[in-house]
Design a protein around this ligand. Structure first.
Ligand code: SAM
Length: 214
């Protein structure tokens, strides 16, 4: 697939911050554990899973023992290098990392489950990404996402993020609301299975959606 100007810039932004991102502690470890246990509850040992926008791979490596195969992709070459450096002798053997844009078709599809954590607010064409996710899922397969919804928070934060983006400290973020996100998912042909939140953050909805059987 042809890369857009935005995607090239997104890749270089994340390449630049990847080493710092890798060192950054998880901001709310309890909420992260809650998310992981909720995702594990949705996975089966036979599942073929794709994670898009996997960053430095920590979540994919943690979830891999719960599934048959875990493929994790990210637009940033540097993020993927850091993820691959974690594939030592003690890492699960069923994980593969590769550099790819969120809308790319990934070898190994169809998948039982696709995950996207803290990603959808960063892509430039959400309908395209969701259409590709749907096409790569088996009928009945799950799309599990957690997304920053800036539109549902204080407007001052939106302006602050925009200012950080302008000076290159933050990536470009689309100001989505949870209702926009749900509408995008429905427009792409998904059924909404559940929506929830973890920890104090009310603006990062965790949404489980299903590709219908028919
Ligand atoms: C906020 S980080 C989240 C990383 C990881 N999912 C997590 O929850 O820690 C966003 C990640 O999305 C990746 N990303 C941004 N735009 C992307 C795109 N269009 N396609 C694929 N990955 C993208 C970035 O390189 C970065 O690793």
């Amino acid at each position: 697939m042809q890369t857009t100007y935005y995607q090239q810039n997104a890749g270089s932004f994340w390449d630049r911050i990847a080493p710092k991102y890798a060192r950054k502690p998880i901001s709310d470890p309890d909420a992260y554990e809650e998310k992981l246990s909720c995702v594990r509850g949705l996975l089966k040992g036979t599942d073929n899973v794709l994670e898009i926008g996997c960053g430095t791979g920590g979540t994919a490596l943690t979830l891999a023992p719960a599934v048959s195969r875990m493929t994790a992709t990210d637009i940033s070459r540097r993020m993927i290098e850091i993820a691959q450096s974690k594939l030592g002798p003690h890492a699960p053997l069923n994980v593969g990392f590769q550099q790819a844009e969120a809308a790319d078709l990934i070898d190994g599809y169809p998948f039982d489950v696709v995950c996207a954590f803290s990603l959808l607010h960063l892509v430039d064409d959400i309908p395209m990404v969701l259409a590709r996710v749907r096409d790569q899922l088996k009928p009945g397969g799950l799309f599990i996402s957690k997304t920053v919804c800036l539109k549902d928070g204080p407007i001052a934060i939106r302006f602050f993020v925009r200012a950080l983006t302008a000076v290159g400290i933050a990536p470009r973020v689309i100001a989505l609301g949870k209702t926009d996100l749900i509408q995008h998912l429905k427009d792409a042909g998904f059924e909404i299975v559940s929506t929830s939140h973890f920890g104090q953050q009310r603006t990062n909805p965790f949404i489980v959606a299903r590709r219908p059987f028919a």
